[in-house]
Ligand binder design. Structure first.
Ligand SMILES: [Zn+2]
Length: 336
């Protein structure tokens, strides 16, 4: 049996931080820990919490930092990959954070930092639904909407490192204002945040819904995101409002996917994120809409599949990114 090679993978997202010890030769998650990120508490808290979670993952795997080949992070923001710096990450409350140096000096292992969506795409490429494809796009629907582009087996990041920002493609000129400041962006219509806002607004205007109590609780506790499981439950209970909002979001998402199919003509589109995983209605409606509006050949032939690693795409990808940067190279033959 080939020897195991361990790396730490950290997925630093706007809502939660997930840390895992990963055997990069198989993509197996040996141990993992997670906590809410709490970006509002500031940069020092975020870096302290990241180290705390990574240490807890090592402990629960009964390993120490010296057993690791490297430490990798996927962070929700703009990254200077060479310098290991998180340049700007409004969802994490972080700016110019020298996360690579912080992790290297704490764990005494080489560290690599990437964007959260691109490392998740790498995870799906190596050990998930992207195996066997050299040119594909991974779209992740969460707080926002992002995508990772795999081109000839490598991540394509573009001139300024921001390729794949499908969430900020305009799908409704002059439409809803987006977090980026522009109007009519895809993520202002189809992200989990957008769905939550639409549901909350309707309830606020007196529309009946099984989510009325949840909306009141969210308002009281200052939360802005309805969990995927709660949305799934409302759909199961045939809540008219939730079903309407999810179908509307799915149709917009379908237009976004059709744009990818027409423009990039990928070998496959992989869709990930908690809402995609939990809401069949969202996934199926979006795929149907994409196939209806995309140009006929790609509409017929492009496989659109769900991410296979679920919540672990990011940590597996981050671990593999760092292991590769540290010189690990398996005789990895991508297979489907
Ligand atoms: Zn935008």
């Amino acid at each position: 049996m080939p020897e195991k090679v361990y790396a730490l993978g950290i997925d630093l997202g706007g809502t939660k931080t997930l840390a895992a010890v990963v055997d990069v030769t198989t993509g197996e998650v040996v141990a993992s820990t997670r906590k809410r990120t709490r970006a509002e508490r500031g940069q020092d808290f975020v870096s302290k919490r990241t180290i705390e979670l990574a240490t807890a993952a090592l402990d629960s795997a009964s390993l120490s930092a010296s057993d690791l080949i490297a430490v990798g992070v996927g962070a929700a923001g703009q990254i200077d990959r060479k310098a290991g710096v998180v340049l700007d990450a409004p969802n994490l409350g972080v700016r110019d954070m020298q996360l690579g140096d912080i992790l290297t000096s704490h764990f005494n292992r080489p560290a690599s930092i990437g964007n959260d969506v691109e490392v998740a795409a790498l995870g799906e490429y190596l050990y998930g639904s992207g195996r066997g494809y050299s040119n594909f796009v991974c779209v992740f629907v969460g707080t926002g909407i992002g995508s990772g582009i795999v081109q000839n087996g490598s991540l394509y990041t573009g001139l300024t490192g921001t390729a794949g920002e499908i969430g900020h493609v305009t799908i409704h000129a002059g439409g809803r204002i987006c977090g980026c400041g522009a109007r009519g962006c895809l993520e202002a219509y189809a992200s989990r945040t957008a769905m939550t806002k639409a549901i909350m607004a309707e309830i606020h205007h007196g529309r009946p819904s099984v989510l009325a109590d949840e909306a009141a609780r969210q308002l009281k506790e200052g939360e802005t995101i309805i969990r995927s499981g709660i949305l799934a439950d409302a759909i199961e209970r045939k809540d008219e409002l939730t079903i309407e909002v999810v179908i509307e979001a799915a149709n917009y998402l379908g237009h976004g996917l059709a744009a990818i199919m027409n423009f990039y003509n990928p070998e496959c589109i992989v869709l990930g994120g908690g809402v995609i995983e939990r809401l069949d209605l969202l996934f199926e409606t979006a795929v149907h809409r994409a196939r209806t509006v995309a140009l006929s050949e790609s509409a017929k032939k492009t496989p659109i599949v769900r991410a296979r690693l679920g919540d672990f795409s990011g940590v597996v990808g981050a671990a593999c990114l760092s292991a590769r940067a540290a010189g690990w190279s398996a005789n990895h033959k991508a297979k489907r």
